[in-house]
Design a protein around this ligand. Structure first.
Ligand code: ZN
Length: 165
């Protein structure tokens, strides 16, 4: 996945990287998890590459096995090759569909809230916790220059993490 361009609070373009491949795998720290969730929202995906690939592979295998047995039922055992070819076709289609559709619509409420709570730069991951607001209320990242007005979103309620209600 490529970086995605959006505009910071001062209207300058910044390039947000995709979530890290292991986002969605248990064991990630709270701040890093929030940073990755914000990046995943910007990229319209639900998780990092690894969980998406695993989910798509399981779904593809499941669809292929179903198709194979359905094929054997209708084509008979003398055309096992036909059933296997159909199963492969369906499996690949299901894999691709699942991978592409592991989508999440971006919501700025969640993104802003995540950024306000993790206090990491969404572009470069720099720790912004000790950076003071500028005159226009923006926190300017010393690493990449991105300017973020986090104060306006800090009052929003925070979504609980999955399974943590
Ligand atoms: Zn930065």
């Amino acid at each position: 996945m490529r970086n995605r361009t959006l505009f910071d609070s001062r209207g300058n373009p910044v390039h947000v990287p995709p979530p890290s491949p292991n986002y969605g795998v248990p064991g990630m720290g709270e701040r890093e998890w929030r940073l990755n969730r914000a990046r995943a929202s910007i990229h319209n995906v639900s998780a990092g590459l690894l969980p998406r690939a695993v989910a798509a592979t399981l779904f593809g295998l499941f669809a292929a096995v179903l198709m194979y047995f359905e094929g054997v039922k209708h084509l008979g055992l003398q055309d096992v090759f036909g059933s296997a070819a159909l199963a492969a076709l369906i499996g690949v289609a299901a894999w691709y569909g699942m991978f592409r559709l592991s989508y999440r619509p971006p919501t700025w409420g969640t993104i802003g809230s995540d950024l306000a709570h993790c206090q990491l730069c969404i572009v470069c991951g720099y720790d912004l916790a000790s950076i003071r607001d500028g005159d226009d209320g923006c926190i300017v990242c010393p690493e990449c220059g991105g300017a973020w007005r986090l104060a306006e979103v800090q009052g929003r309620p925070v979504d609980p993490r999955p399974g943590e209600t």
